[in-house]
Ligand binder design. Structure first.
Ligand SMILES: Cc1cc2nc3c(=O)[nH]c(=O)nc-3n(C[C@H](O)[C@H](O)[C@H](O)COP(=O)(O)OP(=O)(O)OC[C@H]3O[C@@H](n4cnc5c(N)ncnc54)[C@H](O)[C@@H]3O)c2cc1C
Length: 466
């Protein structure tokens, strides 16, 4: 690799291998042999070509904020970091699109297009660090997915280096295009079809007005009832997020903020669009919440207030370190009308397994993120966390949902997903993967269940803290 890319673009050694052994889901750790830092599509091709020659696997890595183990080097080999592919190559305000390299951080795209009154709508809560390549490969959502859609709705074209080191340009800069759409296969493929190096992204106008409210409830049940009621009244908020009292207590401890006493849950509701529309929608949403028993309503008068109201949602997961040394965040999705029974189930399963659980999630989408917090040094805890997580995912499927809303399958969900995959579905997934990953070296052992030679590499829990 040094011969191909130069010394400066290759790192190895124990420290590097450990840092790159996992993502934000650290239950499984696998150390790579080295990490390379190509700066463009051509250098990525060189790296992949070398991997093919020496027959070692390679795995693309953005910021490593993934929550399902997708970037772990299960069979060792090379991590291809996109860190140095960090250029915004073009902003085209007239056609509302931008060309960026895959390693550009989501927030930086927004900073660059804001002067044109435009935004890149997908806004994962990790957006200050996660990359566009990661967003595309996880088909990431975020608080504003409810109104604006997920990443798939905002990518026009992606340039990909496949596992033969060939360049594929999927999609087109303008909408439409003949034939089977390879871009729709690449988005959400979790790095298994190749390495995305560049993408044209769709931009949307920034809303004229944003109205934000933080609404407190004295029971979980009334908060989830309000989620269903807001949507039933025809309001489509830009964001409809929920945080329970455990999240609030972590945020209070971490940042010294106060929330209304006796609150079991808060809803963060944001409505945007033209001024009149945003105002009338937030009014309807607040009325729906009051009708469901809301105990306190705080609205944002300016941008500073808005940021403050978002604090618990944006910083909640980070603050959770105040509750216990280890957290594991799960991700499942259900029809939002089933939220009341689902949340009851989550709290009951945590109690049954003697675990703490905090809920912070995209309630409007029915996309849950139960965070189990615990001390992994206590014997038997990890097994209980895994059992509780599996029960939650099984319940999501039982209620008509799925085992992932936005964090992907990676390594974490392979077993859970395989339960709901028919033989035909599995064959189709495998065929698509093999059509792109001809050498079989591209991010092996991820997403697709039962890949040859992968089972022996799976290792449950290495005792690492999240
Ligand atoms: C605090 C926190 C909050 C989060 N909030 C959200 C949220 O609101 N919504 C959401 O959807 N997710 C969320 N996530 C999960 C995660 O941030 C997203 O999945 C994000 O898009 C991952 O980007 P990344 O650059 O960190 O990718 P990585 O973690 O580095 O990689 C993720 C996957 O994409 C592949 N990949 C990365 N770059 C490329 C590339 N250029 N080409 C091919 N494959 C590639 C990797 O191989 C891996 O399989 C959150 C995570 C954290 C830690």
């Amino acid at each position: 690799m040094r011969g191909v890319l130069g010394n400066d673009q290759v790192r190895d050694g124990t420290a590097v291998e450990r840092v790159y052994a996992c993502d934000s889901y650290s239950i499984e750790r696998h150390e790579p042999e080295c990490v390379v830092f190509p700066r463009n599509t051509y250098e990525t091709q060189l790296a992949v070509q070398r991997c093919i020659e020496i027959d070692v696997p390679f795995t693309a890595r953005g910021a490593g904020t993934g929550l399902s183990g997708g970037v772990t080097a299960v069979k060792g080999g090379v991590i291809v970091s996109t860190k140095r592919m960090n250029q915004i190559l073009e902003v085209d305000p007239v056609n509302r699109c931008t060309l960026v390299q895959a390693g550009v951080v989501n927030q930086k795209v927004n900073n660059a297009v804001k002067p044109f009154g435009l935004m890149f709508a997908p806004d994962p809560s990790s957006q200050t660090v996660c990359t566009i390549g990661g967003n595309i490969n996880e088909n990431s959502g975020g608080p504003h997915t409810l109104k604006y859609g997920v990443t798939a709705d905002h990518v026009l074209q992606a340039t990909l280096v496949d596992s033969r080191a060939q360049v594929i340009v999927a999609g087109s800069r303008v909408s439409g295009g003949p034939g089977i759409d390879p871009l729709s296969l690449v988005v959400g493929s979790e790095g298994t079809l190749g390495i995305v190096t560049e993408a044209w992204l769709r931009l949307v106008p920034m809303p004229e007005r944003i109205e934000t409210a933080l609404i407190a409830f004295s029971t979980i049940r009334s908060a989830v009832d309000a989620v269903v009621e807001v949507m039933a009244r025809g309001v489509i908020p830009a964001a409809l997020e929920m945080m329970d009292k455990h999240v609030l207590s972590a945020v209070e401890k971490a940042f010294g903020l106060d929330y209304p006493k006796g609150s079991e849950a808060l809803l963060l509701i944001e409505c945007d669009g033209r001024s009149q529309q945003a105002e009338s929608e937030i009014r309807s949403a607040i009325e729906a919440c009051l009708d469901c028993g809301a105990t306190n309503v705080e609205t944002a008068g300016n941008e500073e207030d808005r940021k403050r109201l978002w604090t618990a949602r944006k910083k909640g997961i980070g603050a959770m370190g105040r509750l216990a040394p280890t957290i594991v965040t799960h991700d499942g999705v259900i029809p939002r009308s089933r939220l009341p029974e689902m949340l009851e189930f989550v709290y009951a399963i945590a109690e049954e397994n003697s675990l703490g659980v905090a809920n912070i999630f995209h309630a409007g989408d029915g996309n849950l993120h139960p965070c189990f917090y615990f001390d992994e040094r206590e014997p038997g805890t990890v097994e209980r966390v895994l059992a509780a997580g599996e029960a939650v995912l099984d319940k999501c499927v039982e209620l008509g949902g799925s085992v992932t809303g936005e964090h992907g399958i990676g390594l974490e969900k392979i077993d859970s997903w395989s339960k709901s995959l028919s033989a035909n579905d599995l064959r189709l997934q495998t065929t698509v993967r093999e059509a792109f990953d001809v050498s079989g070296l591209c991010n092996p052992c991820k997403v697709i269940p039962n890949q040859k030679g992968c089972v022996e590499h799976r290792r449950r829990w290495s005792g690492a803290a999240t």
